[in-house]
Design a protein. Structure first.
Length: 463
């Protein structure tokens, strides 16, 4: 910030706004890979502007920016567009540099960026995008069909196998539906509901509040006004505008991307800048007691927002998000590890969700043996159907054909452990352990932070 705007006060305020931002706090504390993306992106831009003055540093910019797609997939679309934009806008300064420095920069970009570009175009690097993209959404075709049928019904047509007219096809096709979804996502990303009220609905990405504090809406509005009317450097204006408008695109073309804070985190830096610019601009504009009044009033509202956020984060959020963060797996596999020496077989239920990665991490299973055994072999066990296994650890769930936890004693012995998901049992065995199904011994009940049951560790009694 200081390198671009030459304003130390603005740089310090921006750092503070970012550090306290709920958006940034959520992702940095959890160690999401997108925080690395932001670091590489901002540092890459820093060295770009340094490189325009000191050509020998330009290669650091292309090197860092080329690393961004390795950090998170949204950069696969955004970073190439950003590089083209930077080149177009600052081409004169770039070509005025020594050819040696330009070659260094090009080589750094090619060496680091070529592998991920090749993987994305020709390899499996685009597999994840194919899964979340609106262009592969299987609901699109049925939605088009329903819309065309509705048009036909409105014309009074009856029966089945209705033929759509040209007008029906013109208004209802995959292209118009794609466009509608993209625009919905795009404008939803600018909504006050996302930015200041509810944020991302995924409780791993947000605690259910806005991505920014509500008082920052005032600063953002002031920042937009001051930046549009007072800031003189048109190239930087275009850069900020480009950053926001294009930074949303990778999220807008994905399913439910309009409020997906992870995919939208690319726009966090320019929004932080505009909020900071609004604060600094207002303080510089006001004089005397009005300046003091504004600072005091803003800090009061900001402090109230921050305290409320911290209260929700530390008191309510651990309970509200316990299932989103897979609470209970750590304690469950620690219990398995402690008890397993006395058993020949450990069966791990996947009635809730796939448990492989949690087992590998929390049981401290040797990584070399894990990779040697992957992909796991399959087998069949009565009562369970098909399971995957490695060593004595079996992953699956009770057979869907009417087999329940109350039938389990028929299929496990006193030499077996079964880690059950709590929903497989009708009762709360933490509160009422005496309701343990006949023929099973409850070794341990594992609770969520809220006290609700998460997992049960059983063995057979042989009775």
């Amino acid at each position: 910030m200081l390198e671009i705007f030459k304003d130390e006060k603005l740089a310090l305020v921006s750092a503070g706004v970012l550090a306290f931002s709920p958006w940034h706090v959520q992702y940095s504390r959890a160690g999401f890979e997108v925080t690395l993306l932001l670091f590489l992106l901002v540092l890459g831009l820093y060295f770009f502007f340094r490189g325009l003055k000191e050509g020998r540093l330009l290669w650091l910019s292309t090197f860092l920016l080329a690393l961004t797609p390795w950090a998170y997939s949204t950069a696969k679309l955004f970073t190439p567009l950003l590089l083209i934009f930077l080149f177009f806008l600052w081409r004169r300064q770039i070509f005025s540099l020594s050819k040696k420095y330009l070659v260094w920069a090009a080589l750094a970009l090619l060496i680091v960026g070529a592998p991920v570009a090749y993987s994305t175009v020709f390899g499996g690097g685009s597999q994840r995008f194919g899964y979340i993209s609106i262009f592969t959404d299987p609901t699109i075709r049925p939605e088009v069909g329903v819309a065309r049928e509705r048009d036909a019904r409105m014309r009074g047509e009856t029966g089945t196998g209705l033929n759509p007219t040209i007008v029906d096809k013109l208004f209802h096709n995959k292209f118009t539906l794609w466009g509608s979804v993209i625009l919905k996502n795009y404008f939803e990303s600018f909504s006050t509901e996302f930015l200041f009220n509810k944020g991302d609905l995924n409780l791993r990405h947000s605690i259910g509040v806005g991505q920014f504090y509500k008082v920052e809406a005032i600063a953002l509005l002031l920042g937009i006004i001051f930046f549009a009317t007072r800031f003189k450097d048109k190239k930087i204006k275009f850069l900020i505008l480009f950053w926001i408008l294009v930074g949303i695109v990778p999220a807008a073309i994905t399913r439910d991307g309009g409020r997906h804070a992870t995919r939208l985190i690319l726009i966090l830096p320019p929004l932080v800048f505009l909020i900071s610019y609004g604060l600094v601009g207002t303080v510089n504009f006001l004089k005397g007691q009005y300046k003091l009044l504004f600072i005091s009033f803003y800090l009061l509202l900001f402090s109230l927002g921050f305290i409320s956020y911290q209260h929700n984060y530390w008191v309510h959020y651990p309970w509200e998000s316990e299932r989103w963060w897979h609470a209970g797996f750590k304690e469950s596999f620690e219990a398995v590890k402690e008890a397993e020496k006395d058993y020949d077989r450990v069966i791990i239920s996947m009635a809730g969700e796939p448990a492989w990665i949690f087992f590998a991490g929390w049981s401290e299973y040797p990584p070399d043996k894990w990779h040697q055994g992957y992909p796991f072999e399959s087998t069949y066990l009565d009562g369970f159907g098909g399971l995957s296994y490695i060593d004595k650890y079996y992953f699956g769930a009770l057979d869907e054909k009417g087999v329940s936890i109350y039938d389990l004693p028929k299929y496990i012995t006193t030499r077996d452990l079964y880690l059950a998901v709590a929903k497989e049992v009708s009762w709360n065995l933490i509160m009422e352990p005496e309701r343990t199904p006949a023929g099973l011994e409850l070794i341990k009940a594992i609770a969520y932070p809220s006290g609700e049951p998460a997992f049960y560790l059983f063995t057979g009694t042989g009775k």
